[in-house]
Design a protein around this ligand. Structure first.
Ligand SMILES: [Zn+2]
Length: 442
């Protein structure tokens, strides 16, 4: 018995806390019903992807669970005929963990579709395809006389799918295409095809998901009296600009606004950091801080010096600059914080040793929040003269790389609402810790 305990202990020790081990899936059950399915399984990964397919449609969902138990439902919109449903649980690094299958029972076709099957109609082309953006996806409408069903193929830079669609009355077809992983300013391309795949009509729209600022009131809290400037990096439109490197530094820096893009999600850095910035703003305001944002839409264009001016005019105590990193080595992951080193302004803010204590405290707050161990493996702080937007800051300034968009796992995490909230809470905790160290608050 004692030896068993010892063995168990050794096994537990072999897995360091916070290690990103690929989990095993147990108790995977899948149940099909008309136009949908339910799933349930246990896994020691916090985030997994569930991919599913029937004969008529397919999809993918990124799931989160705090306690290792996953359960929920998936919607099937167009699987009317009896079909096998196949589902795979994967890690976010695309490793298959478990497979299961179920049967989707036949369900009633739309009435008009059934009736029309008996009517002899001349098969015609589709030339009235209308695509419009709706919240969370796109809406399509068209008529296709004589076609008893069509295949809809849709794609954005972030996701793709296909589904069989049946007509309503008078061969009118209409559906909402759900695109939960496609965000603002992304085009959606839609092909209406015969079941054989040959194209009947092509359409295009953009995703209806809009990045809107949530209304939050400042409530008195532990950050009352503190003003934070949040600077979401980049923007939708590029413009090349050359600016002096920084006060007390020689030379100038030319920036084209080039940014990272998700290796899996294909999402743009400018959108991801804006989403996290909204959550951070709300979190800080809930804790009593005043918040100013350098930009709150994709359209706003600012140079790096403009961004510092926004912070200065707001009388900000801190400037947090949000970015996502990118590296050729796709294994690289973790959070990085970059601070200015030798600009006149940086030296007036604090000497290096003091600045580093603040940056380390902010980084630790973030790592604890997202569940990363406190070690250099999961990211570190850096001091250099590379960033114009750091060098011109007259207050403590932290350029935060939230994670790597070149890393499969972190790319998907940074677009997941739960992980985004953990990042925001971690930064708010870091701001609080630094403000206490500074004696700004009690
Ligand atoms: Zn960036």
């Amino acid at each position: 018995m004692k030896r068993m305990m010892l063995l168990l202990l050794c096994l537990m020790m072999a897995l360091p806390a916070g290690a990103l081990a690929d989990g095993a899936v147990t108790n995977f059950t899948l149940q099909g019903y008309q136009m949908g399915f339910s799933y349930s399984f246990d896994c020691d990964e916090e985030y997994v992807a569930l991919e599913y397919a029937t004969d008529a449609e397919s999809g993918r969902m990124v799931l989160y669970s705090a306690d290792g138990h996953f359960e929920g439902e998936g919607i099937l919109q167009c699987t009317y005929a009896s079909s096998k449903l196949r589902a795979t649980v994967k890690t976010l690094k695309e490793k298959d963990l478990a497979k299961a299958s179920a049967t989707i029972p036949k369900s009633a076709m739309p009435e008009a579709a059934v009736e029309q099957e008996k009517v002899e109609k001349k098969v015609s082309k589709v030339n009235d395809l209308v695509c419009t953006p709706v919240q969370g996806g796109a809406h399509i409408e068209f008529t296709a006389e004589g076609h008893e069903s069509v295949l809809i193929k849709y794609r954005s830079t972030q996701q793709r799918g296909e589904t069989i669609l049946y007509p309503g009355e008078d061969y009118t077809y209409s559906m909402d295409i759900p695109m939960p992983y496609t965000y603002a300013k992304q085009n959606i391309y839609i092909d209406v095809c015969r079941l054989s795949g040959s194209v009947l009509a092509e359409g295009q729209t953009y995703c209806g998901y809009e990045l809107t600022a949530q209304e939050t009131e400042v409530t008195p809290g532990r950050l009352t009296g503190v003003t934070v400037c949040i600077d979401p990096g980049h923007q939708g439109t590029h413009r090349t600009v050359t600016e002096p490197r920084g006060p007390g530094l020689s030379g100038s820096v030319s920036s084209s606004g080039g940014m990272a893009q998700g290796v899996v999600t294909r999402r743009k850095e400018s959108i991801v950091v804006l989403e996290v910035a909204y959550l951070l703003r709300d979190e800080l305001m809930r804790q009593g801080a005043n918040v100013v944002m350098t930009r709150d839409s994709e359209e706003q264009w600012l140079s790096n010096i403009d961004r510092c001016n926004v912070a200065e005019q707001a009388g900000a105590d801190f400037m947090l600059r949000l970015h996502c990193d990118n590296r050729e080595n796709q294994n690289a992951y973790g959070i990085g914080i970059f601070c200015p080193l030798a600009s006149t302004y940086a030296k007036e803010v604090a000497e290096y040793e003091v600045y580093k204590v603040w940056a380390d405290a902010l980084l630790a707050g973030m790592k604890r929040s997202v569940g990363y161990e406190i070690s250099e493996k999961t990211g570190r702080t850096y001091f250099n003269n590379n960033y114009v937007g750091n060098n011109w800051a007259k207050m403590p300034c932290f350029l935060i790389e939230l994670g790597f968009m070149s890393n499969n796992r972190e790319d998907q995490l940074m677009s997941h609402p739960h992980y985004q909230q953990l990042l925001a809470e971690g930064m708010a905790q870091g701001v609080y810790d630094v403000a206490v160290i500074q004696g700004l608050i009690q």
